[in-house]
Design a protein around this ligand. Structure first.
Ligand code: PMP
Length: 437
């Protein structure tokens, strides 16, 4: 049996900000309102009888039969729950469903040592996690290239981002090991490693189980936590069986409690509904709740009730059927993009087709500008020439923590029709050919 890391293990990981943040005097007492026979004079909740909404209705396609649509009407107590303030960590019906999902998807049975909380998208909870752990000036390990959305979080904390090399198989564990083994004496040790293990944004890579296990072993050896940001988990469409998540794999380690996992419903239900969630050690998730209780009280009750109603009406099998349909949708888009890449950029760029997610990450084969800049720089070509030629993409430098020059480009293929893909890559080809003259 693995050892479950005890609550006081996290004392060394929580930031000063998290430790000093006092629990909300009101929100902390909310659960007591459910005491039988109690009359509560506690919360400043508006009286829902004054709210003008009398029902909320939505219609959704059935995962197993997309031609069939089912309408759900939210009224009565469920409506009041959706219109009223609710618990900081999330409404019970949604949390219950998510605990069941984590057991199904990651083999994590519900227990007191780990918790889930809901965020306004995963971005919200990632931000709060970073602030719950990192003190200003403390260094962090980030895979490189890295999701551009976390770079400003670390920059504003004045945190040095130590880049960990990645390749088509995920984090290069040997490079991580060498970074850790050669860590300068006296420099604070990194408390976290941030990674996007499936269909990484921007590289599209999915980390293999072997690499994940090596990273978990290094986390134990060098005492850091893994921030597993995984919004593309359900978008995996690779030919090999889906590798297990860090959150699942840590169950096979000698100790459990080093993974703080972030899921998102943005790519599978709706990005505008803003539901993401954290799963991980109770001490850390509770620190995120304290941040929420001060910053924005909670995630919208209404979107949580709508989401819980939909998910409960589906059940897990239908949900997983839906995610399979979504991942096959993106696989179709990937195949179209791959064909157009080969047609237009063969010999002009290098890439590995993604196996999850919605991004292509490719290296332009440009003439080197100088010795120190040997692989070339996509910045001017993408930002100016490609844009002027009618195609917009992101230069890879955006995803490098130190903003260094790179010949890489990120292209998103989630929205385009086949004819648009063909035209976009034809336009890109024209500017690359021109730059190579
Ligand atoms: N992490 C990664 C890697 C992402 O690509 C995104 C979305 N672009 C997010 C987090 C944030 O997603 P959301 O807040 O919508 O859940």
């Amino acid at each position: 049996m693995p050892q479950i890391l005890p609550p006081d293990f996290y004392d060394a990981f929580l930031s000063k900000e998290a430790k000093e943040r006092k629990p909300s005097p009101i929100r902390g007492l909310f659960p007591l309102e459910a005491t039988p026979g109690l009359i509560s004079l506690l919360a400043g909740k508006p009286n829902a009888a004054t709210f003008p909404f009398t029902s909320v209705q939505f219609t959704a396609r059935s995962p197993s039969d997309p031609a069939k649509e089912t309408t759900s009407t939210i009224t009565g107590d469920a409506l009041v729950e959706g219109l009223q303030y609710g618990p900081t960590a999330g409404i019970p019906a949604l949390l219950e469903w998510l605990y069941g999902l984590q057991e199904k998807s990651h083999n994590r049975k519900r227990s007191a040592d780990w918790r889930i909380n809901v965020g306004s998208g995963s971005q919200d909870v990632i931000y709060k996690a970073v602030h719950a752990i990192i003190n200003p000036g403390e260094p962090v390990l980030v895979e490189s290239p890295v999701y551009a959305g976390v770079i400003p979080m670390f920059q504003t904390l004045n945190s040095e981002m130590i880049e960990v090399a990645t390749d088509a198989h995920g984090i290069v564990a040997d490079s991580l090991r060498s970074t850790l083994e050669n860590w300068p004496a006296g420099k604070p040790k990194p408390k976290v490693l941030y990674t996007v293990p499936y269909g990484c944004n921007p590289t599209g890579m999915t980390a293999t189980v072997e690499r994940r296990k090596e990273v978990l072993a290094l986390a134990r050896e060098h005492n850091f936590l893994i921030l597993e940001d995984d919004p593309y988990f359900y978008l995996y469409y690779g030919s090999a069986p889906r590798p297990a998540s860090y959150f699942a794999l840590e169950l096979e380690e000698p100790e459990v409690g080093r993974v703080l996992r972030f899921d998102s419903l943005s790519k599978i239900l709706s990005s505008g509904i803003r539901i993401g969630f954290t799963s991980g050690p109770a001490a850390l998730v509770t620190a995120l709740d304290s941040h929420t209780a001060t910053a924005n009280l909670q995630v919208s009750s209404l979107t949580q009730v709508i989401t819980a109603t939909l998910l409960n009406s589906w059940g897990y099998d239908e949900f997983l059927k839906h995610t399979e349909t979504v991942s096959q949708f993106y696989k179709g888009k990937r195949d179209v993009f791959e064909a157009a890449m080969q047609k237009h950029l063969g010999g002009l760029a290098e890439w590995t087709p993604p196996e999850s997610g919605m991004f292509y990450w490719f290296k332009l084969l440009l003439p080197a500008a100088s010795d120190s800049d040997s692989e070339g720089d996509s910045e001017a070509l993408i930002r100016t020439k490609a844009f002027e030629n009618g195609v917009l993409a992101l230069p890879g430098t955006v995803f490098l923590p130190n903003g260094r020059k790179t010949a890489y480009v990120r292209a998103s293929f989630s929205l385009l029709e086949e004819s648009q893909v063909d035209e976009a890559l034809k336009r890109l080809r024209e500017v690359i050919v021109d730059a190579r003259k």
